[in-house]
Design a protein around this ligand. Structure first.
Ligand SMILES: *Cc1c(COP(=O)(O)O)cnc(C)c1O
Length: 364
């Protein structure tokens, strides 16, 4: 039985009538740029996230970039973040000319270690980008109080955490701004690239809107150098169909987690640890095992997809060599040698999970 990492077709088949009709209507209406679906989705997403403003942009990477621009982060500034994340988190820091400062992670949750954040603060530090990695919320109340003490901005990287919350308060509503991605395989995914910036600040929201649209507030009047980074109208149709189901999707990802725990019980595979900070939404299902390569080989031999997120930490990437001379982050480096990701998506059935677990058991 072939098992993929994610299966995006089932959600489409379930929502086909609504998505097809919405797309057809959008094409007939021909309001393709910042049209009625984008406007409606921004309102619906802001309501869901419990924030004043949700601004649709071209991608999650752009969301991070525009968020940093709106805060005025510039060359000479330092931005603290985790090395255990997708490259985009740190690329955005480089886009504005600032310097990424990578600090070590918590070995259980894989999220940024707040004690290490505190140690890395200098008089050049302007902001911190916590990443709610694999869908597990960073302890935002603790990070917020640390950043308030040191007068630092926070941009939350919520690309993997749509719907994750801490006591009902959504990720993306704690920092100055939140950056979300709607890349197709994300928990809330569209059918191409898309992203969103969340904020409670009227001033920052106005700047993000300006930056996404050529720096203009009034058409053909430009007061700053902006970009072309608007959420696409057709993508907004897909997102509007899926948003009402996001809690159901995430509940099903948690069901997958409990089934993996059940079927992997008795092995020494370390399933994802939860520190109780908030509700995990399992964007990825990353486990630890000292003999991970043996497990991956056995799964691949049975046509079961598996992956390593991430094989190279950011402080070891060639592109950051100049920023990271002599940087050594032992926890991250150790986790990266032992982590591996199993398939996770809302529709993954128990018989498939049982099969995956049995292949792992016989490999060990
Ligand atoms: C996917 C992802 C991004 C980038 O999102 P895109 O929409 O692909 O640009 C940023 N940060 C993290 C942690 C991600 O997983």
């Amino acid at each position: 039985m072939k098992i993929p990492m994610v299966d995006l077709t089932e959600q489409y088949h379930r929502l086909k009538d609504q998505i097809d009709a919405g797309m057809r209507e959008a094409m007939e209406t021909a309001a393709f740029i910042l049209g009625p679906n984008v406007q409606a989705f921004e309102k619906e997403a802001a309501d869901y996230l419990g924030v004043k403003h949700a601004i649709g942009v071209g991608s999650g990477t752009d969301a991070l970039h525009l968020a940093l621009l709106s805060l005025g982060i510039k060359p000479g500034d330092e931005v603290i973040t985790t090395p255990f994340t997708f490259i985009a988190t740190a690329e955005a820091i480089k886009y504005v000319g600032a310097t990424p400062v990578f600090v070590d992670i918590n070995p259980a949750t894989f999220n940024i270690d707040l004690a290490e954040v505190e140690k890395a603060i200098t008089d050049k530090t302007r902001a911190v980008i916590p990443v709610h990695l694999f869908g597990q919320p960073v302890d935002m109340p603790a990070l917020k109080s640390l950043c308030d003490t040191h007068k630092l901005h926070i941009v939350e990287d919520c690309a993997q955490s749509f719907g994750a919350h801490i006591n009902g308060r959504q990720t993306g509503s704690f920092g100055d701004l939140g950056a979300f991605s709607f890349f197709p395989s994300k928990n809330l995914g569209c059918y191409g690239d898309g992203g969103l910036v969340s904020t409670n600040s009227d001033e920052l929201a106005a700047l993000v809107k300006q930056y996404r649209n050529h720096g203009s507030k009034i058409q053909y009047h430009h007061s700053l150098v902006g970009y072309t980074s608007r959420l696409d109208e057709l993508q907004a149709v897909v997102l509007r169909a899926k948003l009402p189901l996001i809690d159901e999707f995430n509940d099903n990802r948690r069901r997958v987690d409990s089934l993996y725990r059940k079927h992997l019980a008795g092995t020494n595979v370390q399933t994802p640890a939860q520190d109780g900070t908030g509700k995990h939404v399992f964007h990825q299902y990353c486990c630890l095992h000292p003999e991970r390569d043996k497990i991956l080989e056995a799964l691949r031999a049975q046509d079961i997809a598996c992956a390593i997120y991430y094989p190279v930490p950011l402080h070891k990437q060639e592109v950051f060599a100049d920023d990271c001379k002599n940087v050594s982050l032992p926890v991250t480096e150790s986790v990266m040698q032992h982590c591996f990701a199993l398939p996770v998506y809302p529709e993954l059935t128990e018989d498939k999970i049982e099969l995956i677990a049995s292949v792992i058991k016989s490999a060990l």
